[in-house]
Write a new protein. Structure first.
Length: 277
């Protein structure tokens, strides 16, 4: 009886694994991220794939609002090691992205390609980015076409922020030094409103202007408490290890050298700031 029970239990365990394995092999998710910025800027969004196992080829279509956006160029993440890659403009507002690697296969985990769009002048609002299955296909290493679902993104276009003492880019107001809420409010152009909060402005404070929402990023204030301390350094080190995510304002506050990348150099600069160097 014990032996029969053991066999039944083992069979049940194996059966429970089968749907999970098949689900991973049969389906995929293709996603385009969201972003925000000001009219006239070049805004970058990521094309990501997950849940597919390994691919030998993929082709997807991106449809966007050509009245607000113009496709500029693309960059490839180091995670995508494809033999061939094409990003073609099929027609106005329609991109086709294809890549193949028939020998080594592609492991599509996370962002693979970054698409850069130029926001047209005098445009404010939200432009949708749609992943459509017009002629798209994903193939696994056995050349079997996979089913896939899509997650669409958007590009939120904010009004042009008048020139101030602060750098404003991609919807973020970069603050190089700590500042009081009333001082920030007084330094902003007429019509801009700083959301209520603590006396000191922390990373992530909302600023309403022209019907759009900007967010502050205080250099080094990664945990959004309005101070730069060891807690920020520890949080950033945890992020660099891939253990936690950071929201856009915190990422901007952590970019200590302003090059748009996040690595040990930023951590060293933050450590030096804390040491008063």
């Amino acid at each position: 009886m014990k032996k029969l029970l053991a066999i039944i239990t083992a069979f049940a365990f194996i059966a429970a694994l089968v749907p999970a394995v098949n689900a991973g092999a049969e389906g995929a998710v293709v996603a385009v991220s969201s972003a925000s910025g000001q009219m006239g800027e070049t805004i970058t969004v990521a094309l990501s794939m997950r849940g597919t196992g390994r691919l030998c080829g993929a082709s997807v279509d991106i449809v966007y609002d050509a009245g607000m956006l113009g496709y500029a160029y693309h960059t490839v993440n180091s995670a995508l090691k494809a033999d061939y890659l094409w990003v073609k403009s099929v027609e106005s507002g329609h991109l086709r992205i294809s890549f193949t690697d028939v020998e080594d296969d592609i492991e599509p985990v996370g962002p693979l390609i970054y698409l850069n769009f130029q926001v047209k002048a005098n445009r404010v609002g939200t432009a949708r980015l749609l992943v459509e299955q017009k002629s798209g296909a994903l193939f696994d290493h056995s050349y079997i076409e996979l089913d896939y679902s899509t997650e669409n993104g958007e590009i939120r276009v904010l009004p042009a922020f008048p020139k101030t003492d602060y750098t404003v880019k991609h919807g973020i107001i970069y603050l190089p030094h700590p500042i009081r809420t009333d001082s920030l409010q007084n330094s902003l152009p007429a019509g801009a409103t700083v959301a209520k909060g603590n006396t000191a402005v922390e990373t992530g404070r909302a600023v309403e202007y022209g019907g759009g929402t900007f967010y502050t990023a205080l250099s080094g204030d990664i945990n959004c408490d309005g101070q730069v301390s060891t807690a920020d350094f520890l949080r950033y080190k945890t992020f660099l290890k891939g253990l936690i995510p950071l929201a856009s304002p915190s990422l901007a506050a952590a970019d200590m050298d302003g090059n748009g990348m996040h690595n040990g150099t930023d951590a060293l600069r933050l450590k030096a700031l804390l040491a008063g160097i």
